[in-house]
Ligand binder design. Structure first.
Ligand code: ADP
Ligand code: MG
Length: 132
């Protein structure tokens, strides 16, 4: 079994979509190994997205991620990293496949409803950061 890390982002939490997103996760065979509602400080959001520090959207992204509560998730399944990215859909909801979480609930390329680790190594780091 592999573990990955996910976040239900502030836009989806604010719209009352926690339940629907968790339902999709469970229906896709993931075991929820960790789950917590958390208000990120700007500093914590900046640290989490440090890899994107040089990107033009870094300031907006970290402000947005600390603008309201998020749900942090530890998800377990065979090939969990790939499987979670698949049901999330593409970064930009406009380009995301039908039925994916970002297609269903994302507002735009920034406010795209969910985060997911992009590789096994990243998942380890991100899980340790939120579930020490
Ligand atoms: P993903 O979340 O699909 O792994 P990235 O790691 O490239 O995508 O980007 C991290 C997050 O930064 C995205 O989920 C999104 O919230 C935001 N983001 C990415 N690209 C842009 C962009 N061009 N403009 C604004 N925000 C962006
Ligand atoms: Mg990423």
């Amino acid at each position: 079994m592999e573990k990955t890390f996910g976040i239900i982002k502030p836009d989806a939490v604010a719209k009352g979509k926690i339940g629907e997103i968790i339902r999709i996760i469970e229906e896709n065979g993931f075991k929820i190994a960790g789950l917590r509602l958390e208000q990120l400080s700007l500093e914590k959001a900046q640290k989490f997205y440090e890899v994107h520090k040089a990107r033009p959207f870094y300031n907006d992204l970290t402000k947005y991620m600390s603008s309201g509560p998020v749900v942090v998730l530890a998800l377990e399944k065979e090939n969990a990293v790939r499987a979670w990215r698949d049901i999330m859909g593409a970064t930009n909801p406009i380009e995301a496949a039908e039925g994916t979480i970002r297609k269903l609930f994302g507002e735009n390329i920034e406010r795209n409803a969910v985060h997911g680790s992009d590789a096994a190594e990243t998942a380890k780091t991100e899980l340790a950061f939120f579930f020490p």
